[in-house]
Design a protein around this ligand. Structure first.
Ligand code: CO
Length: 499
């Protein structure tokens, strides 16, 4: 257990080695199904439900390396907690691309992040067919388990077996070429629907001008609101936030030159250039556009790059948004090897609060925490509402850019921080907060995260008491294998295991 006290002396040595960090980027080809029996501490008996995680399971296709982990085929991991026990299962999403490439034993598709088919530019020229890899998030909503990737349709899976059941078009409301983004906001108490749960998501059709479509689903999984908006300019948007009245997007200051992509020389993401002298545009779209009031409001703030937001809420004429902001976009270079990334050369993601004044159109921002951080989570009841606590993956050291090795809890009201670190040989993924059943306090519950342990080349599921990180982990579940570094996931109180 590390605390902030140990950070007071200057950090002269790195808290990790590159070789240890690289260990979490090996493919996992095997699919497992077992009760976890190697456990330190005790799984709380009240912790009932299923943690789903998604991320690239393959970093190569039959030995042919991918250029970037974001191009890796989606693999779902599922950890089911019941009566003080835990069960593990993982399975690849059987997307059209995954099945075709596994059959062929080679890369057949270009990846958005730089993976090219063999054969140089001649094999890749004018090939705009990107593979839907379903690797970014996994949610359980309306009785359906869905694997998500922002460029394409959702894939539906069996929540018990993780078997792929096919694409999900929500009773034909979405068409085959319409994307369902990977960052839906799930609200269990939608103010405008009399307190009923709703899911809000979007799709982006990029181009010289961009179309943003908003979808809202009820708890039965039916699309109940669906509206499209045109935005000037190219948008590279991965995430958004909602409040009771608005959907808010940060249009990062980037330009896109499609020519090298069309010619097969560069991947789509490699054609994106950060524009440090241009402002970030903040797009405010009404969730319930009335006739004649469909107009998008656009505000501006300083240049910066945001992949992920944490939460937003309305206070009087202001909307407050908490986001992880980078000084610039970490551009993907065609010749680079992601395993050799120079962490110190990149700007860290930092936690900022943006104050949008809707009345006078001004935006101010304030740094909440300068420590390198990514992947945050909050109490699910506070989505789009004022909140006090957030949980986030963080670097071990207070300054500089480094891999995530720690979990940080921030009390936004008092400013108190609680910190738990897996350094030097542990590397953490996204924390998920699970409320204790019938709890009243906002931080009464647990924080669950996967930690890659380089010492044993395997991953652990760690459980922390969310109200007190200083206790250290209350249970550490050793898996029999590693799980490649993942992206996002979610928790449902449903228990999906046959006992
Ligand atoms: Co994301």
């Amino acid at each position: 257990m590390q605390s902030f006290k140990s950070q007071e002396s200057p950090v002269t040595e790195k808290s990790y080695t590159r070789a240890d960090w690289q260990g979490g980027y090996q493919s996992l080809t095997q699919e497992f199904d077992y009760w976890i029996d190697d456990i330190e501490g005790q799984i709380p008996r009240e912790l009932q439900g299923t943690l789903f995680r998604n991320g690239p399971g393959l970093l190569d296709v039959n030995g042919q390396p991918l250029h970037h982990p974001f191009d890796g085929d989606g693999m779902i991991s599922k950890i089911t907690f019941t009566s003080g026990r835990a069960h593990f299962r993982n399975r690849f999403v059987h997307t059209t691309g995954y099945l075709a490439e596994q059959k062929a034993g080679k890369i057949l598709y270009r990846g958005a992040f730089g993976t090219q088919k063999a054969g140089g530019w001649l094999a890749n020229i004018f090939d705009f067919k990107l593979k839907n890899i379903a690797n970014t998030n996994v949610i359980y909503w309306g009785g359906k388990l869905l694997a998500l990737w922002e460029g394409g349709e959702a894939y539906r899976l069996d929540p018990y077996t993780l078997k792929t059941l096919g694409n999900e078009y929500f009773n034909g409301v979405l068409s085959a070429d319409e994307a369902f983004a990977a960052h839906p906001r799930l609200k269990n108490n939608c103010e405008q629907d009399g307190g009923a749960p709703c899911l809000v998501n979007f799709s982006i059709k990029p181009g010289l001008s961009t179309t943003i479509t908003i979808f809202e689903l009820n708890s039965a999984g039916k699309i109940v609101r669906h509206h499209a908006h045109s935005v000037p300019g190219f948008c590279f948007i991965h995430d958004f936030v909602i409040t009771p009245n608005y959907c808010i997007f940060f249009q990062n200051p980037v330009s896109f030159n499609p020519i090298p992509f069309a010619l097969g020389i560069r991947a789509a993401v490699e054609c994106i250039k950060f524009q440090p002298n241009q402002p970030t545009q903040i797009l405010i779209i009404p969730r319930f556009p009335k006739k004649g009031q469909e107009k998008i409001k656009i505000l501006e703030t300083q240049s910066g790059f945001v992949f992920h937001h944490i939460n937003a809420f309305e206070v009087g004429d202001e909307v407050l948004i908490d986001s992880i902001c980078y000084q610039s976009f970490p551009e993907v270079e065609p010749e680079s090897d992601f395993r050799q990334v120079d962490f110190e050369a990149l700007s860290p993601g930092q936690l900022w609060r943006f104050y949008l004044n809707l009345k006078n159109g001004t935006v101010r921002r304030e740094l909440i925490d300068g420590r390198c951080c990514e992947f945050a989570n909050i109490h699910p009841a506070n989505v789009g509402r004022p909140y006090r606590y957030l949980y986030i993956g963080a670097a071990h050291a207070e300054t500089g850019n480094a891999p995530l090795q720690a979990l940080l809890k921030i009390d936004l009201e008092s400013g108190e921080r609680q910190f738990w670190s897996a350094a030097p040989r542990g590397f953490v993924g996204e924390p998920i907060f699970v409320p204790r059943p019938d709890s009243e306090k906002e931080d009464d519950g647990w924080v669950l995260a996967l930690v890659y342990d380089a010492t044993h080349n395997r991953s652990d599921v760690v459980i922390l008491d969310a109200s007190d990180f200083h206790k250290g982990v209350i249970a550490r579940l050793h898996l029999k294998h590693h799980i490649p570094y993942g992206l996002h996931g979610s928790f449902t109180s449903k228990v999906f295991v046959k006992i």
